[in-house]
Design a protein around this ligand. Structure first.
Ligand code: SAM
Length: 245
């Protein structure tokens, strides 16, 4: 690229600093602020992902490769929703294998990614219960929701609630999060459970991230006040701080 080794090194350091700054802002903002941040300067998204890709390369393995292997074994035509898909690696790998993958993130690449705030209203069908009677809602078409390291906004529980709304009865929610983010894994699982999920599997064998598999179960409507109380427990996931490398 015409740069001397020293210039290359300096460019990399600057990129790393930008990445850590954007990363910190994403973890400390609610999703409306994150949307605003990307709208103001779409370059931010690219800068973040250049840094994130670099970061992931130093890990022994990453959640997306794990999910590509795991989901490849599902029946073709399974409808998978990838919330906070980043560069849509999951869709790019599974689309050729005849899976239906719908990918959402803050910014669209105009090919694989649909632009949406995953913690707010997703443009997909599905209803919530409207009374104290326990149901699973109606109208859903989604079999599996994947959240791979994407519960970044302070109101991330909104993403779990949207996952519940769009999943078919009994549908699966797969979550991967950075291991160091948990105050207590049980508190995290309990909070997700309170939105209408049952924990089926937890895998913390990986040194860098923890994997969860939840199943959607029936629940009653969530009154406004109860929702505020649930949201206020969001601190069970701490911001993820990447070290300077
Ligand atoms: C750490 S990256 C992981 C990307 C991808 N899932 C992977 O594992 O390679 C997290 C992604 O979640 C997205 N994200 C975080 N909060 C979001 C929100 N409120 N709405 C949409 N996307 C969000 C970020 O833009 C980012 O692309």
């Amino acid at each position: 690229s015409g740069l001397t080794p020293l210039q290359k090194h300096m460019k990399q350091n600057l990129g790393g600093a930008r990445f850590r700054l954007i990363n910190e802002r994403l973890y400390k903002s609610d999703s409306a602020e994150a949307v605003e941040m990307m709208k103001k300067d779409p370059k931010v998204f690219q800068e973040y992902h250049d840094g994130f890709r670099h970061q992931v390369q130093s890990w022994p393995s990453n959640p997306v490769s794990h999910y590509i292997d795991e989901l490849s074994k599902y029946p073709p035509k399974t409808v998978i929703v990838d919330l906070g898909c980043g560069e849509a690696a999951l869709a790019k790998a599974l689309h050729p294998k005849n899976f239906n993958v719908l990918s959402f993130d803050l910014l669209s690449d105009k090919t694989f990614v649909v632009e949406a705030d995953i913690c707010s209203r997703l443009p997909l069908p599905g209803s919530e219960p409207s009374s104290v009677e326990r149901t699973e809602g109606e109208g859903q078409i989604v079999d599996i929701v994947v959240c791979a390291l994407s519960l970044m906004s302070t109101n991330w529980l909104g993403c779990i609630r949207e996952a519940w709304r769009i999943l078919r009865p009994g549908g699966e929610l797969k979550i991967a999060e950075v291991a160091s983010r948990f105050t207590a894994v049980e508190d995290f699982a309990a909070l997700v459970r309170d939105v209408g999920f049952k924990l089926k599997k937890k895998d913390d064998r990986n040194t860098h991230f923890t994997l969860f598999q939840f199943k959607k179960v029936a629940r009653a409507t969530i009154p406004e006040q109860e929702w505020s109380a649930l949201l206020s427990r969001g601190g069970v996931l701490k911001p993820c701080e990447y070290k300077r490398r």
